[in-house]
Ligand binder design. Sequence first.
Ligand code: NAD
Length: 401
Amino acid sequence: MKIAIIGQGYVGLTISSFAAEHLEVVGFDSNQKIVDELNLGISHIEGVESSKLQNLIKSGKYKATTKGSDIKGCEIVVIAVPTPLTCNREPDLTYIEAACKTIGENISEPILVINESTSFPGTLRNYIKPMIEKYSSGQIEHLYAISPERVDPGRIDFNQKNTPRLYSGLTSGASIRTRDFYSKFCDNLIEVSSPEVAEAAKLFENTFRQVNIALVNEFAQIAHTLGISVYETLNAANTKPYGFMKFTPSAGVGGHCIPVDPTYLAAVAEEHGVPATFIRRANEVNLEMSKYIVSRVAADHGGNLQGKSVLVVGVAYKPNVADVRETAAELVIQHLRSQGAVVSWHDDLVGNWKGESSAPLQGADITIVVTKHDSVDEKMILASAPYVFDTTGKVKGAKGL
Ligand SMILES: NC(=O)c1ccc[n+]([C@@H]2O[C@H](COP(=O)([O-])OP(=O)(O)OC[C@H]3O[C@@H](n4cnc5c(N)ncnc54)[C@H](O)[C@@H]3O)[C@@H](O)[C@H]2O)c1
C-alpha cells in the first residue's frame, strides 16, 4: 500500500519514518530545500535519525516530493501541516486549506484522509471535508478521520509506538481503516465517539499545560515578593501523593503547541458565545513572564540596563531541540534591547537565528539562562558573566526565579 503524508516537519516526518517500516510513503512538502535534503537522507528534526531515513530511501519505502501529482494512487493521505496563529493571534487554517487543495486536485479515487494537524472541534467535518470536495473535480466519497498527534520532539521514553493515540472517523468505515493504519506502528489506539471529541481532547491537553504553566509563573512572582523560594515550595507541595502535579516556572512558554493550541479552543468558544477567560489570561501571564524576568534583572542593576552586554543562553523553546518557534527568548531579547542592553545569544543547537549567530559562552556583563540544553556546561554558564540569572532552576549558584 502507498500512502502520502502532507507536511514533512516534526509531525509528518516522524509519522513517515514509522509508517515507512510497513508501507510505501510519499512525503509531500511545499519546501523544496527540506525535500531535497530528505531525499539525500538528511533528517532535519530530532527523533528521526538520518541513518534510518537513508535505509528507508534505499529500500524504496520513502521518498520526499514537492510535486502534488506524486500523491496520485495513494490509498491514505495524512495531513500534518502547521496550524499557527495569524498576526492578530487568531487560528490560521491557510496551510490546511493548501493541503486540502493538494488532495482535491490530485486524488481521483476514494481514499482515507486523516488529519493530524491540531485544530478546533469541527475542523474535519466542517472545514477539511468541504474544502477537499471544493477542490476535487467531480464528487468523490472519501473517508475522513482525525488522529491528533501527541509527539514530544526530543523525547525518547515516549514515541509513536508507545504513546496512546486517539482517533475517530466521520463514519464507522473511516474509523476501522484508521485503526488498521495506525495499528501497524502504534500499540495503544483509543477510539472516541466523534472527531470533535478527539479534536477537543488534543486542545484540552495542551490548554491544561498552558494554564498550569501560567499558574506556576504567577506563583513564582508571588513567592518572590513574599521572600519564599518558589522551587522549595513546589517541591514541598509535590510531596502530596495525590491531587497535585508539579509544573515549574520559566521565562514563558514556547513551541508550536502550548502557546498556540489553547487560542484555537478560546476562538471556537468565543465564536459560540462562551467566554474563555482562563485560557486568555493564562496566555497573557505566560507572555508577560519575559518582561518580568527582564524587570528582575534590571532591578538587580539599579533599574538600568543601558549599554550592558547581556548574553541570553538557550534560544530554543525547550531543552535539547533546535526549534525556536514561539520561543520565550525572543521576547526576553526584545525587552532587553528596548532597555538599551547590548544583547547576544548562545545556543549551539540553534546556530543561526533571525540573521544572528550563536555567540561564545563568555565575556558578558549579564547572562540570562532561558533554555538549558543538557550539553551546556553549568560551570561555563556561571563563568560567562559576573551576574547570572537562571529562569530554568537548573543552574545552581545563579540568581533565579
Ligand atoms: N511539533 C510538535 O511537537 C507537535 C505535536 C503535536 C501536534 N502538532 C501539530 O502538528 C501540526 C504540524 O506541526 P509540525 O510541528 O510538524 O510543523 P512543522 O512546521 O515542523 O512542519 C510542517 C511542514 O509542513 C510543510 N508545509 C507547509 N504548508 C504545506 C503545504 N501546503 N503542503 C505541504 N507541506 C506544507 C512545511 O514546509 C513544514 O515542513 C500542527 O498542527 C501542530 O500543531 C505538533
